[in-house]
Design a binder for this molecule. Structure first.
Ligand SMILES: [Zn+2]
Length: 79
């Protein structure tokens, strides 16, 4: 099992939608590979944060900054 395989199966692994054999080999790899473990842990935490929190409206300043950043990026792409 290679790191690339872990990444490509990551979504299904986190959804617990993988078949048990594939799941077991991913877990075996995670036991040996620190890099993949970090990736999996980070994804898990991100998902938990998003699932736990109520959808909140963006604060006005964040919204403006986001708009600015997007507008800048769009201008650059069109230029
Ligand atoms: Zn790995």
């Amino acid at each position: 099992m290679k790191c690339k395989t872990i990444i490509s199966e990551l979504a299904d692994y986190l959804d617990e939608a993988l078949d048990p054999i594939l799941r077991a080999s991913i877990e075996e790899h995670l036991g040996k590979c620190k890099d993949c473990r970090i990736v999996v842990d980070t994804c898990k935490q991100t998902i938990e944060i998003f699932c736990d929190s109520e959808p909140a409206p963006l604060p006005q300043t964040t919204r403006l900054r986001l708009h600015e950043a997007l507008a800048k990026r769009l201008r650059r792409v069109r230029a």
